[in-house]
Design a protein around this ligand. Structure first.
Ligand code: IPE
Ligand code: IPE
Ligand code: MG
Length: 249
């Protein structure tokens, strides 16, 4: 790990922040309540939420975060009314259409965790195209969790390891933490350092359960559409002031 001298601190004016998290994940919650407070349809909250995602991605890149993972659609979000699901899919397509050029120009690799192949074919194809177009970018990774559930991810990992054992490729004894990590959707991402949830809810909602084992958790009351670059910089500064002990002293 490199130590950044104070003069090179990318967040001048904010106390602390001496160490920048390599991997930040966000449970982007509160779009519906943001819209309701304004007498707007929930879709308006999701639209504003997409704007917040844009701002936060930029701020994360400027701060030197290597990977930003955004929870956009959980495997439980299928329980929502069809109209809202359609709105969210439409927004995803719009986000890709509007942002793909910028992502690519900025050297950002798009990665998907979860199973977006369950989305309707037109949407799934747009996602695949965006992933393919940015695959060799290496300045930063934007991981979007789509139809993602952590328990399902762990089930898939268990299944793929079991198949390798059954096929004689691997000994059961060789299944260790590293083998499980390598079988998760997040295998090629840096360790999760900071997990943020907006909107005042204090639960993980099936997000990155394994990966969060030693992540720093930050729960903020801000509704996601109101979260912005300054809010992210404050979160990074808060992270910089934490002492991570990993069970030691
Ligand atoms: C988060 O905002 C966006 C998604 C889950 C897709 P919500 O839609 O959950 O907003 P609230 O929690 O109802 O305010
Ligand atoms: C978590 O938010 C999922 C996303 C942000 C995509 P939810 O709003 O779906 O979570 P619960 O239902 O309040 O736990
Ligand atoms: Mg919610």
């Amino acid at each position: 790990m490199s130590l950044t001298p104070a003069s090179a601190d990318p967040t001048p004016g904010i106390a602390g922040g001496s160490s920048v998290p390599r991997h930040v994940a966000i449970i982007m919650d509160g779009n519906g309540r943001w819209a309701k407070a304004r007498g707007l349809p929930r879709a308006a909250g999701h639209r504003q939420g997409a704007e917040a995602a844009r701002k936060v991605l930029r701020a994360a890149g400027e701060a030197g975060v290597e990977c930003l993972t955004l929870y956009a659609f959980s495997s439980e979000n299928w329980r929502r009314p069809e109209e809202e699901i359609n709105d969210l899919m439409g927004l995803l397509r719009l986000y890709i259409a509007k942002e793909l050029g910028t992502l690519h120009k900025e050297g950002i690799r798009l990665k998907i965790i979860g199973d977006h192949t369950a989305f309707e074919p037109g949407t799934a194809r747009k996602v695949d195209e965006a992933v393919a177009r940015t695959a060799t970018n290496s300045r930063m990774t934007l991981a979007i969790a789509l139809n993602y559930g952590s328990r399902n991810e762990l089930v898939n990992a268990a299944r793929s390891l079991a198949q390798r054992v059954a096929g004689g490729e691997m000994e059961a004894q060789a299944i260790d933490e590293a083998a499980i990590e390598a079988a998760l959707d997040t295998a090629d991402l840096p360790p999760l350092d900071l997990l943020i949830r907006t909107s005042g809810e204090r639960r993980l909602s099936n997000f990155l359960l394994w990966q969060a084992a030693y992540a720093e958790l930050l729960f903020v009351d801000t509704l996601w559409p109101d979260f912005d670059g300054d809010a992210l910089r404050l979160a990074i500064a808060d992270f910089g002031n934490r002492e991570r002990r990993y069970g030691g002293l």
